[in-house]
Design a protein around this ligand. Sequence first.
Ligand SMILES: NC(=O)c1ccc[n+]([C@@H]2O[C@H](COP(=O)([O-])OP(=O)(O)OC[C@H]3O[C@@H](n4cnc5c(N)ncnc54)[C@H](OP(=O)(O)O)[C@@H]3O)[C@@H](O)[C@H]2O)c1
Length: 255
Amino acid sequence: MPYELAGRNVLITGGSRGLGAAIALAFAAQGANVAINYQSNSGAAAAVLDRLKQEHPRVKAVALQADVGSMAQCATLVERAKNELGGLDVVVGNAGYTKFSKFGDLDALSEEDWDKCWAVNVKGKLALLRAALPTFNANPDGGVFLITGSVASVQQSGSSMAYSVTKAAQLHLMKCLAATQGDKVRVNAVLPGILLTDWGEMYPPEAIETMKEKSALKSVTDLQDCADAYVMLAKNTSITGAKIQVDAGLFVNSA
Ligand SMILES: NC(=O)c1ccc[n+]([C@@H]2O[C@H](COP(=O)([O-])OP(=O)(O)OC[C@H]3O[C@@H](n4cnc5c(N)ncnc54)[C@H](OP(=O)(O)O)[C@@H]3O)[C@@H](O)[C@H]2O)c1
């Protein structure tokens, strides 16, 4: 059963830079209205908003500040997105948190670092769906909740141990939500490999080269290919509780 995206209202957390901005542009290209969330860089949010308005003048686009590491701010963000766009059909919980550190060093991360990873990567996602669910249940066609995981969700590696552990927990949360929250919501995750965003560029060039060399396709993950996976999942009415790994074959065994 087709689920058209034209005219739908979409909230993307961390939608002002990197993958989130690419997702916002991909949904707008489908004719969807988009609310892009950011944490503090209002200049980057304004630049993406300008681009959305120039390239897709018919869609509504707004930028909303909120820290998705706060459950209360997640709830307010969902409410504001719904009010500003005039409804809410799709929420993309994309923003994440890590502190780049030596993976196996148990002293590298403070209790605060672990708590922040848990807050942004897990609790924030729960809060987004909890706030959106009544609207999804009231929508004639329901709603869609998509989460940005990582290959670190399924590997014992990545930018930090706290990141990998909480991205794994996030994946389990996604399955729990898909299994329990009824037939008016589809819940899925996209697991990117290395993306050359501001975040990905924090890896040393040698590490990026090693990941490229290790991947089956000898490349980093293409940002547009990754954004297109969210569009596909939003449209597909038969997939829920699933993860899609978009990693250029970096970890084929866990795909
Ligand atoms: N890059 C990679 O290689 C890679 C690989 C696998 C998975 N991922 C995942 O992809 C997602 C996006 O990463 P990215 O590479 O696109 O990052 P990015 O380029 O650093 O963009 C970060 C975006 O998230 C926003 N943000 C950060 N913390 C936030 C918070 N607490 N509340 C609200 N917004 C917040 C930023 O807003 P401001 O501009 O205001 O700070 C910005 O819009 C993350 O979940 C990450 O774990 C990335």
